[in-house]
Write a protein that binds this ligand. Structure first.
Ligand code: SF4
Length: 384
């Protein structure tokens, strides 16, 4: 049964130049109306689900994730009413992981207290960089000072896990400047016991990204390929050196503090989802809500996309997501689930990558080596 739920809060103080999410600035006057629509969507979808499976009273949610957009921007009572509605249909497990994403400048002491009272136990702070020049180049609306202040406030709270999000491959960024952001991250981790998670994603821009108007594709301001790889190596070295486990290509955590919500995605588990553009996976079908805010608010049960995940797609996704995890794919479990021996079917590819030092098969698992992780996309592509 489904144990995870995602709720999309699309409001932002500013639309960042690189952002391709369903995130909208200057529409805060719609927050109350949006809240009502999401509550209606929950009523409609969860009533239907309860009828379909003969009741939800024995089910428990293990994770709820407020993503965005900037969920940290809205009044905490909005998140509270959504949590109350959700849990009126499916109870939250006593140790349910409840995560909220926020920008650093949306964090205040008052909000932290209210988030704590809602049992929010993970905060993911989108710092992206600690350098003013890089933040300006990528079109963020916060600076180093706000990043330090917001993160410090979050770390001073009683919230169990504070996560810090960084980006690399940014215009104007160099391995040396990225090292400064990593140093600031490890400084926080050394001072606060609850700074337990770091995500770091390489910049990937959609073809029509507004960032290209200031930094056209191929501009010298973007780090060259070898600098990009150097930044990734620096990232892994620095965070592992600071005691973080590299558990997924772009994610690091102290022992036992991985994001169980994200792990559920990467393990191909089913999940509920609510809100504009939210993607769900239920009964072997992946659907997403309208990406247009106006359209979603008129038609909260309408689908922008519907993909039936057949067995071939499911096994491809299991390979793709499994190889992104540093522990890799459990080969016996894979065969039981998908009905074929992965190591046998792809023996020549695996041998080629093993000889190049990019992949390893050991103790019943297939996984990328540290050398293979920076080129994970091309290694994984060879399996399709
Ligand atoms: S704050 Fe995050 S979600 Fe909002 S526009 Fe910027 S990158 Fe997108």
């Amino acid at each position: 049964m489904v144990s995870h739920a995602y709720i999309h809060i699309p409001f932002c103080s500013h639309k960042c130049d690189f952002c391709d999410f369903a995130a909208f600035a200057r529409v805060d006057h719609l927050i109350d109306e949006y809240e009502k629509v999401v509550l209606k969507e929950m009523d409609d979808r969860l009533t239907a689900l309860a009828e379909k499976v003969g009741g939800l009273k024995d089910e428990r949610l293990k994770s709820v994730f407020f993503g965005g957009g900037t969920p940290g921007l809205v009044e905490p009572r909005v998140l509270g009413s959504m949590l109350a509605k959700l849990s009126s249909y499916i109870k939250l497990a006593h140790d349910c992981e409840i995560t909220i994403e926020t920008t650093p400048h949306a964090v205040t002491r008052e909000k932290l207290e209210q988030w704590e009272s809602l049992d929010i136990n993970r905060i993911s702070v989108g710092v992206e960089s600690f350098l003013d020049e890089e933040l300006k180049a990528m079109g963020r609306d916060h600076y180093r000072r706000e990043a330090l202040q917001g993160l410090e406030l979050a770390c001073q709270s009683k919230v169990a896990v504070v996560g810090l999000d960084l980006m690399y491959g940014l215009p104007t960024q160099t391995p040396q400047s990225f090292a400064k952001s990593l140093d600031a991250a490890t400084d926080f981790a050394s001072r606060f016991d609850n700074l337990l998670h770091v995500s770091a994603y390489g910049l990937h821009l959609p073809f029509n990204s507004p960032l290209y108007s200031r930094f056209p594709k191929g501009a010298d301001a973007y780090p060259a390929d070898d600098s990009y790889v150097e930044m990734f190596e620096l990232l892994v070295e620095t965070l592992e050196g600071a005691g973080f486990e590299h558990y997924e290509v772009s994610n690091f955590a102290r022992a036992g503090k991985q994001s169980s919500h994200n792990l559920a995605y990467w393990m191909n588990a089913e999940y509920l989802a609510f809100g504009v553009s939210a993607h769900r996976y239920l009964d072997g079908v992946r659907t997403s809500n309208w990406r247009s805010l106006k359209r979603y608010m008129r038609d909260w049960l309408g689908d922008e996309t519907t993909d039936v995940i057949d067995e071939k797609t499911r096994s491809r996704e299991a390979i793709m997501l499994g190889l992104r995890l540093r522990r890799g794919i459990e080969l016996a479990a894979f065969e039981k689930e998908h009905g074929f021996d992965l190591a046998e079917r792809f023996s020549s590819e695996i041998e080629k990558f093993a000889q190049a030092g990019l992949m390893e098969k050991s103790q019943g698992r297939l996984f990328l080596t540290r050398k293979g992780v920076p080129v994970s996309n091309s290694v994984i592509a060879a399996f399709f």
